[in-house]
Structure formats: C-alpha cells, structure tokens
Write a protein that binds this ligand. Sequence first.
Ligand code: UDP
Length: 329
Amino acid sequence: MKKTILITGAAGFLGSHLCDRFIKEDYHVIAMDNLITGNIKNIEHLFPLENFEFHNHDVTKFVHVAGDLDYILHFASPASPIDYLKIPIQTLKVGSLGTHNLLGLAKQKDARILIASTSEVYGDPLVHPQTEDYYGNVNTIGPRGVYDEAKRFQESITMAYHRFHGLETRIVRIFNTYGPRMRLNDGRVIPAFIGQALRGEDLTVFGDGSQTRSFCYVDDQVEGIYRLLLSEYIEPVNIGNPHEITILDFVKEIIQLTATDQKIVYKDLPKNDPKQRQPDISKAKEILGWEPQVNRTQGLKKTYDYFKSLSKEDLIKSEHKDFSEHIRR
Ligand code: UDP
C-alpha cells in the first residue's frame, strides 16, 4: 500500500522540494498551501501526477483531509525577516494555531508528524556552535519575535502532544538553507545578492559584514528531514551545514560567481540580527548518519543557474525593496 503524506507550505521553497522527494519515494502526496508566500509555479510540474493533489487552504483554519494519513510535514510559515514584518500576525498564527490544528489532525488520523522548527529558536546565540540543548537568547518583542516565539511555542505544543497523547512527533531545527525556488524578493541574503547582481545593482551588506551564517544546500536539508521523519528520535535535531562564513566573505564569493562589476554598499544592521550562527550537527550525524554532501561552490552554482533562468519580468518584479529601515526599528 502506498503511504500518504500531507505537506503544508507545499508551494514554498522547502515544501516544494519535499513534495518532489516524497513523490520520488512513491508516496501519495497531499500538498497544502494558502499561497501567501508560496508560489504555485514551484509545484505545477507535479499537477499531472496521479499521486499528487493540491489543496489551497490556510492551516490556521480547521484542516480536513479525507481518508488515511501516514505522515504530516508542517512546513507552512513565512520564513524571512521581510515577511515577518509584512505579515506578523499570520506568522504567529501559522506557528501556533496552525500547528495545533495539524497536531489534532495527526492525532485523529494516527499519523506521525514532523514540524519545521528553526535555528531562530536560539535567537542571537550566546553559545557557539549551537547545540540542541542550548535554550536560546530571543527578544520576544523584537522584529523577529513573531517568528521566533511562534516556533518556540510550536516545539512546546508538539512535545506536549507527544507526552500527553503519545503522538509520534519529530522536530527539525532548520538552519539557513538555500537553493532553486527561493523567492527572489524575500529579502534573504542569497536571493538578495544574486538578484542585485543580475539586475546590475550594488550589493547591500548589512552592518560591517562580520556577522556569520552557515548555508545548507536544499538537497542536503531534504535528505536530513527525510531521515529524521523515518527515525525513532523524538527530540529536536539541528539540520544545517556547519561550514561558517562571514557575510563579507560571502558577498565576495557572490561577486566572483556572478562576475558582477557592481560594488558593495553598507547599510545598518537590522535589529536583533544574530551575530553568528553555526549548527552543531553531532546529533544528526550520530542518530541519522547524516551530514551535508554539497559544498557552497556547487550549491551556489545550481542556485545561480536557477535565478538566471527566470524571466526578465520576474527579475524586475523582484526588485529589491529596502525594508531595512523597518526591520531596524
Ligand atoms: N544580509 C545582508 N544583505 C542583504 C540581506 C541580508 O547583509 O541584502 C545579512 C543579514 O543582515 C544577515 C545575513 O545576511 O546577517 C543573513 O540574512 P537572512 O535574512 O538571509 O537570514 P537570517 O538573518 O534569518 O539568517
């Protein structure tokens, strides 16, 4: 019998790659998205398949799915500082009310549920690299608070359903991930820099660029999530690439990759922008036998090729809106 999986946020960047993966593994995939930040183009190629169905639905409202369900992946959420700013209430609701609905559905269907958490639960971390047992340093009322606190609540309610109802739950803490199908205008650093290079604009480094990130290619991320879902491990697991780089060194890599002759311009650092971020992936290595396989040169090349393949129209539409003043407040 084919297994059935419900994927929320299915038209988003990670959600759509997960749809591809589970179709490849011969699952019946029920994809759900309300298309606020998702893009139907990311999953259009799956529409003709018999094993694929799409439901345009907002998971903060009661979620109904007919028939049996074996697994749920809850990946619906805005996921960039610009989106939190534009839709803060929806961000809070999808992490809290949405998660509650999906946990209820999982309980009713006797399905295993994996929820997408984030390195943002560590906030601006005082421990480096971040291990899963670090409790974090989050400003509840800062611009990122709506996302960080929704995700922290999401972890709490998921563990409560596990402990109180015996629900089979999994929690992945996702660190910065990139690849094809990222939204060019979501303000995240990789689409921002590549979009600027393609449009012939200067590249905007926030702060002095000494802050660090560690970027994981999407195929590696999906493999980690797949293994975690099928593992027997209940507590949160970091999935990310531990190869850390400063944003200043990173922008230089993008300049080299895109051969742009634009210059770097410096803008103020957004409020509560984490100074450093690097996952400790010992747990994922030990429990899932997982570690990243794709290095940044390979991953960025594939990502750049994707962005280059977009139409001129998409590129213009994605013109970098400078929301940075608002993020700084
Ligand atoms: N950043 C930057 N220029 C941009 C967009 C982002 O220098 O045009 C910086 C941002 O301040 C942060 C890092 O790049 O330090 C990663 O930002 P992103 O929004 O991609 O992710 P997050 O901060 O959530 O890790």
